[in-house]
Design a protein around this ligand. Structure first.
Ligand code: FE2
Ligand code: FE2
Length: 253
């Protein structure tokens, strides 16, 4: 069985349905939970990949990394792992590799944008990805101005989590070549407000927010399809099944 999140109840459901293994996306157990802040190193690599100077990238990410470092320390990293051991089911956590697969799909979807493309063009391009086109998924624009130029888009998915306003502003202000739009899969409202405040001062730069669960499902669905091609049976659970149904029945033009 596979899902984006899982509780002890989901592990019980998997055992009830005869599964041997639980494939979980979010890092909720063991060292994946306890050492999560180390994944934030990948955010710096992604920023550099998109043209940000490494020292500025590290500076922009430092506050978030510090928050997560202490958050990890306070986390309950054993509960789900312990439940899996009691139930006798294998728990496998795949977070970053699945997100990286999703990021590559997004980069590919945005490939045909031109220097004249707008945020609405970028949104439409992303909606060619079946998971993102799901009727329950909303792709948000920050600021909410579809006619704003999209320019060069930095896809900041697979960096652990979103980098908030500091990482977005670092890319918008310091990346060379210039980044005009930062793609996140989610962002806090307060950080979105900071990006809107910039735009209100006639500064360039926007954020596209693709939707958390639909975006996470992209990479997990690729991973699951690969497992199935190896002959494994995978039951798609929370956050995955509706997107797969949609992929085969309602592909946008
Ligand atoms: Fe993810
Ligand atoms: Fe996620």
């Amino acid at each position: 069985m596979s899902s984006i999140n899982a509780t002890t109840g989901d592990l019980m459901l998997a055992r009830e349905l005869g599964c041997d293994t639980y494939l979980l996306h979010h890092p909720l157990a063991g060292s994946a939970r306890r050492d999560f802040h180390h994944v934030l190193d990948r955010m710096i690599e992604l920023m550099v990949l998109n043209g940000a100077p490494e020292d500025r990238a590290a500076e922009a990410q430092a506050g978030l990394r510090r928050r997560l470092r202490f958050h990890d320390h306070a986390s309950d990293w054993d509960h789900l792992a312990s439940a899996a051991a009691h139930i006798g089911i294998s728990l496998v956590n795949v977070h970053l590799p699945a997100d990286e697969l999703g990021r590559l799909v997004m980069v590919d979807a945005l490939r045909d944008l031109t220097p004249h493309s707008t945020l609405e063009d970028a949104r439409k391009a992303l909606q060619r990805i079946p998971e993102l086109a799901h009727p329950a998924n909303e792709i948000l624009l920050v600021p909410d101005d579809p006619s704003r130029p999209a320019g060069r888009v930095a896809a900041m998915h697979a960096g652990g989590t979103n980098g908030g306003a500091p990482v977005a502003e670092c890319l918008l202000d310091h990346a060379r070549p210039t980044v005009d739009t930062v793609l996140y899969i989610h962002i806090a409202g307060e950080d979105a407000a900071k990006i809107e405040a910039r735009a209100a001062q006639s500064k360039s730069g926007s954020v596209i927010v693709t939707g958390h669960f639909a975006s996470d499902a992209i990479g997990m669905n690729i991973l699951i399809a690969a497992l199935e091609s190896e002959g494994l049976t995978v039951i798609r659970h929370g956050g995955l099944l509706p997107f797969v149904e949609h992929a085969t029945t309602h592909l946008p033009e």
